[in-house]
Design a protein around this ligand. Structure first.
Ligand code: 5AD
Ligand code: SF4
Length: 470
């Protein structure tokens, strides 16, 4: 049994990072069995689940849409805020009921960021004894061995490392979409924003080698993918850990050179975002003009307490440069309210900058203290009532500008990658514009998989209605 340790998780450079290849398991121990994976949290986790699915299928497991008839259920969890925890423990309760009644042989596993938390694993060991196996984010590629060990020995398995794992290439992957693919470019984060648990749960920054990334994109293009989204916690810091003279601007350029139709990237950090990167995005037609640029707060005092390493003036300078240089750009952001020490004056500064930027959209959060992070120990906490009040006020302004941004597109022609039948209306299809607006499109199903021109006829709050024109 190897349990996580948050103090070790904070350390850097404990281990050398090896670049290795995935070891395919020969034993098809999943034959005639069904799996169900539930994913919580960010795009990183979504993509990790595609690897979990891929590994399970590589030994014979088949996917089921219902956890009630699964032989194995895996919860790929998120630790970013407290409410993510509650959902996971709620679902574990449901699975306990199934084990107690209809399927005592059901295997239940937990992985992802919560598995990296000491308190969570201790709680699982003491109160959730029916959980069969736990593994962390650093040894995802070893998942099948953990499950096999559980089956062979009938003993609970807990295998969580509190130091970075290797960068493993070639992990089997079953992708959710056949048109748009996630591509990891970097794991972990070294920024240590004081509220954030990611540097502990995902470890030190490790960039994938540029050749491996470019090769993956080339292969995706050859198999018919139209779009890739390059993934990392702080993509603008890509390469800093392994190259002296190769950064995200170079990588974006090389990925664009593969000729894949659309290149996206998330998530950006203003501190590492250079003008060179802005220029590449502006220049290259297949790099999409959509940037998620977390602001977190509009108060320099709070930004400092958050260890964000930029001022609101720096943020605005970068923001304006993107708006000026990148055509048809859309910019979204993340904002936290109620960070310890945030006074009414600080909050008003956040509102001011939101009024200035007129974001296309924003994800807004009430500060949630996370285990062992510096912010969780800060004294000047803000009451839940004030947090909720601020969140409300902020959301009103955010929604106002996202509506305005959508309205501006009415009557324009936008290129959309059509990926699916519309969720709202079976007779429509849906897709995303270059600047990442969801459009429900009047047009035939044969458009699915294509990039087509769409006339935007009406802006709704969270989507657009459009008509296929060509
Ligand atoms: N409390 C509230 N929001 C948080 N985020 C990260 N950590 C916390 C926390 N402890 C938000 C940040 C980040 C987004 C992914 O989640 O805004 O950009
Ligand atoms: Fe967390 Fe900051 Fe790293 Fe983003 S940049 S993952 S908010 S520590």
């Amino acid at each position: 049994m190897q349990k996580p340790n948050m103090i070790d998780a904070k350390k850097r450079n404990q281990h050398e990072i090896n670049y290795t290849k995935y070891d395919q398991l020969k034993d098809k121990f999943g034959k005639n069995k069904k799996y169900f994976v539930r994913t919580y949290g960010c795009q990183m986790n979504e993509h990790d689940s595609e690897k979990i699915n891929g590994m399970l299928e590589s030994v014979g497991f088949k996917k089921t849409e219902s956890y009630e008839d699964a032989d194995i259920v895996i919860l790929n969890t998120c630790a970013i805020r407290e409410n993510a925890h509650d959902k996971v423990f709620g679902f574990l309760g449901v699975l306990k009921h199934i084990k107690d009644t209809t399927n005592p042989d059901l295997l239940v596993g937990l992985c992802g960021c919560m598995a990296q938390e000491e308190v969570v694993v201790n709680e699982i060991l003491s109160k959730y004894k029916y959980v069969d196996f736990v593994f962390g984010t650093h040894n995802l590629d070893n998942m099948l061995n953990v499950i096999k060990e559980r089956l062979d020995t009938s003993k609970k398995q807990v295998e969580v490392l509190s130091y970075e794992g290797d960068v493993v290439e070639g992990v089997p992957t079953v992708r959710d979409s056949i048109y748009s693919a996630w591509v990891d470019i970097q794991y972990g984060c070294d920024k240590f924003c004081t509220y954030c648990i990611v540097p502990y749960t995902r470890g030190k920054q490790r960039s994938r080698k540029k050749e491996d990334i470019i090769e993956e994109v080339k292969q995706l293009k050859e198999s018919g993918f139209k779009e890739v989204t390059l993934l990392g916690q702080n993509v603008n810091a890509y390469g800093k850990d392994i190259y002296n003279d190769y950064n995200l601007a170079n990588l974006l350029s090389d990925v664009a050179d593969t000729g894949i139709k659309r290149v996206r990237f998330v998530t950006s950090h203003p501190w590492d975002f250079t003008e060179e990167m802005v220029d590449v995005i502006a220049k290259r037609e297949n790099i999409m003009p959509y940037i998620h640029l977390p602001l977190q707060s509009g108060s320099n005092k709070v930004l400092k307490l958050m260890n964000r390493r930029y001022t609101k003036e720096d943020y605005l300078k970068l923001y304006n440069s993107i708006r000026k240089k990148v055509n048809n750009s859309s910019i979204t952001t993340d904002i936290i309210v109620g960070f310890p020490g945030e006074k009414e004056k600080d909050f008003n500064e956040t509102l001011e900058i939101v009024e200035k930027c007129k974001f296309d959209g924003a994800f807004t959060f009430a500060f949630s203290p996370r285990e062992n992070t510096p912010a969780s120990l800060m004294k000047e906490t803000v009451s839940e009532e004030v947090k909720m009040d601020r969140l409300h006020k902020l959301n009103e302004i955010v929604n106002k500008y996202s509506n305005i941004a959508n309205k501006k597109l009415e009557g324009t022609i936008q290129k959309c990658l059509v990926t699916d039948v519309s969720e709202k209306d079976d007779n429509k299809v849906c897709g995303y514009t270059e600047n990442m607006k969801l459009v429900n499109i009047k047009g035939p199903k044969s458009l699915i998989g294509k990039i087509v021109e769409v006339k935007i006829v009406e802006a709704k709050s969270f989507s657009l209605d459009g008509e296929y024109v060509k």
